[in-house]
Design a protein around this ligand. Structure first.
Ligand code: FES
Length: 63
């Protein structure tokens, strides 16, 4: 599902950025994918995705 129309980022890409790039915020996730926020319309949705994915990052980091 597309989350960010401006940058063409999907929920899967954002989740992967959290799990594999160690980002803590949506802004950091976006920057790791190439571009930060543009219009900001997607910020709430992107932050929700990052927040829901952070526990999995911690599990992977502990391994
Ligand atoms: S829709 Fe994501 S920055 Fe515009």
């Amino acid at each position: 599902m597309y989350v960010c129309v401006c940058n063409g980022y999907t929920d899967k890409e954002i989740k992967t950025a959290v799990r594999e790039n160690g980002v803590q915020t949506a802004e950091e996730a976006y920057l790791s994918l190439g571009n930060g926020f543009c219009c900001g319309t997607c910020a709430d949705c992107a932050n929700d995705i990052v927040s829901s994915e952070l526990p999995f990052q911690r599990v992977l980091a502990a391994e």
